[in-house]
Design a protein around this ligand. Structure first.
Ligand code: ADP
Ligand code: MG
Length: 359
């Protein structure tokens, strides 16, 4: 699949822009703070309904304007789709696909499948477990219909349970907790199944990629560490109830899951260097691309936001070769000639102060 065109009105620092994309490689070049990330963020929003860098939708509307519009033409399975994404200055979002308003976010998620690699992705390895859960959840929402709804229902039940656990005034909460726990077990078990299958597949593909990038020196293992195994979930939640009431929150369930990464048997979260952690993030993203293709039958759109400069030349070259037949939107302040040479069928755009030109 690929993006054919993107139109922006009052979106961040773009007052008006209309960009036709190459179905192969698109390089967006510009100095810092000119609007490179803003542009790929607009594309990402139309895929996920939310941004990768803020949860505050009011930021999208250009300062002093009342609304912002993103209009994207995409091609998937040879069918053209138009997504209209409107954001009001109070943060309210409205989405239309081919002119028809969508009823729920889930309707948007499987239209454009995007894999993004940005400098913050090193956080998947380096930071806290919530970064790893977000990574897994985002990908699963795109490629597994049903996951988004399941996760939403789980979060809803969990939220209600936590409200109840925090409320010290209601005395007898066990009956209601039983009801929420049943939902948590039901949706939680499905989440564990989805995640476990996905992580297994991701682990296989990233092992291979990391092996190639490191010339056989680094063996990458990925292990799913669920808060509780599926078969014990109900029991573990019950056992935790007494303590949960004292603590005021639910301590067992997929909202506490984690993933572990090992390089040559050593925990990458603790022991890997920055460079190694970045390489793991790259392997993960390329594995995600591969897996998406296998599952949905089409290549996703790959966004590389300002990551080239963070990789050494060998890794840059590897990356460019690995993404042959896929649409790429890549931002950078500058691109090495050797890397540029590797990109066939490319269009280069120049961004300056929210104005974008093809060169
Ligand atoms: N809502 C907004 N209205 C106007 N300008 C904005 C808005 N949000 C961000 N910007 C501007 O966008 C610029 C940053 O763009 P960005 O795409 O992140 O830069 P880069 O080219 O470095 O990736 C900054 O100059 C910032 O002030
Ligand atoms: Mg940027």
């Amino acid at each position: 699949m690929y993006l054919k065109e993107i139109e922006l009105i009052n979106f961040r620092n773009y007052e008006k822009a209309d960009i036709k994309f190459n179905k192969n490689k698109n390089l967006i070049i510009g100095e810092n703070a000119q609007g490179k990330t803003n542009l790929v963020e607009a594309a990402y929003l139309c895929a996920f309904s939310r941004s990768f860098r803020t949860s505050n939708a009011t930021e999208f509307v250009e300062f002093g304007k009342d609304y912002a519009i993103i209009r994207i033409k995409s091609i998937s399975d040879d069918i053209e789709r138009v997504i209209d994404f409107t954001i009001l200055k109070n943060g309210k979002k409205m989405v239309k696909i081919d002119g028809k308003p969508i009823k729920k976010t889930a309707d948007l998620l499987n239209n454009i499948v995007v894999v993004i690699f940005s400098p913050e992705d090193i956080g998947i390895i380096k930071d806290s477990p919530d970064k790893r859960r977000i990574f897994i959840d985002k990908e699963l929402c795109q490629i597994r219909t049903g996951y988004y709804e399941c996760l939403k229902n789980y979060k809803e039940a969990l939220k209600n349970k936590n409200i109840l656990l925090k409320n010290k005034e209601i005395k007898d909460i066990d009956g209601l907790l039983d009801v929420y726990d049943e939902q948590i077990v039901k949706y939680g078990s499905q989440i564990i199944d989805y995640r476990s299958a996905f992580i297994d597949m991701l682990a296989d593909r990233s092992w291979e990629i990391q092996n190639k990038i490191s010339n056989g020196k680094e063996k990458l293992e990925i292990k799913y560490k669920p808060s509780s195994e599926k078969i014990y979930l109900r029991d573990r939640i019950k056992e935790a109830r007494k303590k949960d009431k004292i603590r005021g929150y639910a301590s067992v369930g997929p909202h506490r899951d984690d993933i572990e990464f090992y390089i040559n048997g050593k925990d990458a979260h603790k022991y890997a260097s920055q460079g190694q952690q970045r390489t793991v993030a790259l392997s993960l993203k390329l594995a995600e691309v591969k897996l998406t293709k296998e599952i949905i039958g089409e290549n996703p759109i790959l966004i590389l936001d300002d990551v080239l400069s963070e990789l050494d030349l060998d890794r840059q070259n590897y990356l460019m070769e690995a993404i042959n037949d896929i649409q790429l939107l890549m931002t950078a302040t500058e691109v090495n000639d050797e890397v540029l040479e590797k990109l066939k069928e490319k269009t280069i755009y120049c961004v300056h102060s929210g104005e974008i030109k093809m060169i």
